[in-house]
Design a protein around this ligand. Structure first.
Ligand SMILES: Cc1ncc(C[n+]2csc(CCOP(=O)(O)OP(=O)(O)O)c2C)c(N)n1
Ligand SMILES: [Mg+2]
Length: 337
């Protein structure tokens, strides 16, 4: 039985397309299962390192990337697992990267905050807040220069709204009408500092509007709302009309990072409110009420996803660690050495 507790129905159009709905559900579930497994592996000591989980925010990456082709680009953040999965990076290679194995996306030398796979347009996670935007801007400029119809999207948090590069990129994308979509994931906090305290504006989209970039506030816990707005943004970008800014209001269920975050900066009531609007439960309710996907189909997807994650862990744990002799290979570009 699929548990449905959300009392916040979607206000967006629910596509009557079962293949698309299955794809969206698969991505939502795959991200959550990956992250919950990472949490369990770290708690048990099988996995080490600095890890920022995306649980709670799955609807943003899923809705955004469902509108992108595999040769479109995304630039990510320190909280990048969901973006990578939604863009089509293999979860086995991602898990191997977290384990520091040679079969990882970065051959074990990047870890969680550098996962990249240019074969599917995932330009990389980054530990530097706000640093994804100039990379995505470069990709958008390159697409324009090469005359392709590719677009780029950059994910960043509310914390990045205090960083200069976001504004420099908004301006440059606006004056050159670049095919770039700014996806601000406003989860209310930068580490333990609330956006309410640190930022002068409640609706961050208003800052983008100052650059005359079309800007929208989106319910980031509703995959259909994100999918709808992202569709319009991509159409604008592909037809040469320039950038769009989406402020997706969302919430992270876990602490800032896995480890020592006792979450003293937020209340249990607040957490309960956002959990009652859980993006997976809202999806299940929307498609069940409309008779678009059956409970059996939802259950099958959930089982498939669990198997993929179990296979990913098995692949990672049975993969070799890099040799000491490989320490400096792939660190510098060949001709730069
Ligand atoms: C330029 C820079 N300043 C500060 C930090 C330290 N830092 C890492 S994550 C983070 C919070 C970022 O918050 P936000 O952008 O809202 O993303 P979220 O963690 O909420 O996903 C900070 C301040 C950093 N990595 N880079
Ligand atoms: Mg934040």
């Amino acid at each position: 039985m699929v548990a449905i507790s959300s009392d916040a129905p979607t206000t967006a159009q629910v596509p009557d397309d079962s293949a698309l709905l299955r794809r969206l559900y698969h991505t939502l579930r795959l991200i959550r299962a990956f992250e919950e497994k990472v949490d369990a592996l770290r708690t048990s000591g099988r996995l080490q390192g600095s890890l920022h989980l995306y649980v709670g925010q799955e609807a943003v990456a899923t809705g955004v990337c469902a509108r992108l082709n595999s040769d479109d680009y995304v630039a990510s953040t320190h909280r990048g697992h969901g973006h990578a999965i939604a863009k089509g990076v293999d979860v086995g290679r991602m898990m191997a990267e977290l384990y520091g194995r040679t079969t990882g996306t970065n051959h074990g030398k990047g870890g969680s905050m550098h996962i990249a796979d240019t074969s599917v347009g995932m330009l990389g996670a980054t530990g530097i807040v706000g640093a994804g935007a100039p990379i995505a801007l470069g990709a958008a400029l390159s697409a324009r220069t090469r005359g392709t119809r590719q677009v780029a999207a950059t994910f960043f948090g509310d914390g990045a709204m205090g960083q200069g590069p976001i504004y420099e990129c908004l301006n440059m994308a606006a004056i050159w009408k670049l095919p770039l979509i700014f996806v601000c994931e406003n989860n209310g906090y930068a580490e333990s500092t609330s956006a309410e305290y640190a930022l002068s504006t409640r609706d961050l989209s208003r800052r983008a509007a100052a650059f005359e970039v079309p800007a929208f506030v989106v319910d980031g816990q509703d995959v259909f709302a994100v999918y709808e707005r992202m569709g319009e943004a991509v159409e604008r970008a592909r037809s040469g009309e320039g950038p769009t800014f989406l402020e997706c209001k969302t919430y992270r269920y876990y602490g800032h990072f896995l480890g020592d975050d006792p979450l003293r900066y937020r209340t249990q009531d607040e957490e309960a409110f956002y959990r009652s609007r859980d993006c997976i439960e809202r999806f299940e309710r929307a498609v069940s009420e409309r008779g678009l996907l059956s409970e059996a189909e939802l259950r099958t997807t959930t089982r498939e996803v669990e198997q993929s994650i179990a296979d990913a862990v098995e692949f990672a744990e049975s993969s070799p660690l890099p040799e000491v002799s490989e320490l400096t290979t792939e660190v510098y570009a060949e001709d730069a050495r």
